[in-house]
Design a binder for this molecule. Structure first.
Ligand SMILES: *[C@@H]1O[C@H](CO)[C@@H](O)[C@H](O)[C@H]1NC(C)=O
Ligand SMILES: *[C@@H]1O[C@H](CO)[C@@H](O)[C@H](O)[C@H]1NC(C)=O
Length: 220
C-alpha cells in the first residue's frame, strides 16, 4: 500500500526527468559562450542564471502560444555541462506530463530571440540554440518553388508590356485631342471676333480682342 503511494508520488518527477534527454524528439540544445562575448566582463553561469533562462523561455512561450501561462517549472533542463551547454524541453501548463512540440518551441525562440539575447547580454552567435536559425523571424517562410518565380517574372513582363502599351496609346490620344482643341480654340476665337463685330458692343472679356482689332474695325 505505502509502496504504491510512494511510487505514485515519485512517478511525475520520474516521467518529467525522462522527458528531457539529449537528442530527445522535443529537446533543444543551448550553448552559451559568455567568455567569448563578454571577456573580462563575463559573469558566472549559476542557478540564478538558469532561473532567468527558464523565466525568459517561459515568457517566449507565453508570447508565442497566447493564453497559456507557461511557468518556470514548465521549462525542464537536463545534461548541463561546465562550459555552458544544456538541453531543455517545455511542458504544457495544461498537462505537465505532455511536451510542447519542437516546432512550437523553435518558433517561440525565434520570435523572442532578441529578448532572450539581451537578457544574457549575448548575441545570436554567443547564445546558440543548436539547429534553430536565428535570422528567420516568426513562422518560417515557405520556400518559393522555382516555377512560381518564373511564372511571376513572365506575368510581370506581360503586365509591364500592357501598361506601356496603354500609356503610349493614351498619350497618343491626348496629343491628337490637344491638336483638335487647339484648332477648335482658334475657331472659337475667330467666331468671337465675328460676333463682336456684329454686335458692335462687347462683354468685358472680349473687349480686349475688339480693342486690339481696332485697326481692322476702322478699316471696315
Ligand atoms: C509558477 O510556479 C511557481 C512555483 O514553481 C508557483 O508558485 C506559481 O503559482 C506558478 N504560477 C502559475 C501562474 O502557475
Ligand atoms: C544526460 O544526463 C543523464 C542523467 O543525468 C545521463 O544518464 C545521461 O548519460 C546524460 N547524457 C549525456 C549524453 O551526457
Amino acid at each position: 500500500m505505502w509502496e504504491r503511494i510512494v511510487l505514485l508520488l515519485c512517478l511525475p518527477s520520474a516521467v518529467v526527468a525522462q522527458l528531457c534527454a539529449p537528442n530527445a524528439p522535443n529537446a533543444n540544445k543551448v550553448r552559451l559562450s559568455i567568455k567569448t562575448a563578454l571577456g573580462s566582463q563575463a559573469y558566472d553561469w549559476n542557478d540564478d542564471e538558469m532561473f532567468l533562462f527558464q523565466a525568459t523561455l517561459a515568457f517566449a512561450m507565453r508570447n508565442h502560444i497566447q493564453g497559456q501561462e507557461f511557468n518556470v517549472s514548465n521549462v525542464i533542463v537536463c545534461n548541463e555541462t561546465q562550459r555552458v551547454s544544456f538541453w531543455f524541453v517545455v511542458t504544457s501548463p495544461l498537462d505537465p506530463t505532455r511536451l510542447i512540440g519542437k516546432r512550437d518551441v523553435e518558433q517561440a525562440v525565434r520570435k523572442s530571440r532578441h529578448r532572450l539575447n539581451s537578457a544574457f547580454l549575448l548575441s545570436d552567435a554567443t547564445l546558440e540554440f543548436v539547429g534553430v536559425p536565428p535570422t528567420l523571424e516568426g513562422p518560417a517562410q515557405p520556400d518559393t518553388p522555382p516555377w512560381l518565380i518564373v511564372f511571376g517574372v513572365v506575368i510581370g513582363l506581360v503586365s509591364a508590356g500592357i501598361v506601356a502599351l496603354l500609356a503610349s496609346s493614351v498619350a497618343e490620344r491626348r496629343r491628337k485631342k490637344n491638336k483638335v482643341t487647339e484648332e477648335e480654340d482658334e475657331e472659337e476665337e475667330a467666331d468671337a471676333r465675328g460676333k463682336t463685330l456684329e454686335n458692335g458692343s462687347a462683354t468685358e472679356g472680349v473687349y480686349n480682342v475688339t480693342f486690339s482689332d481696332e485697326e481692322r474695325f476702322t478699316q471696315m
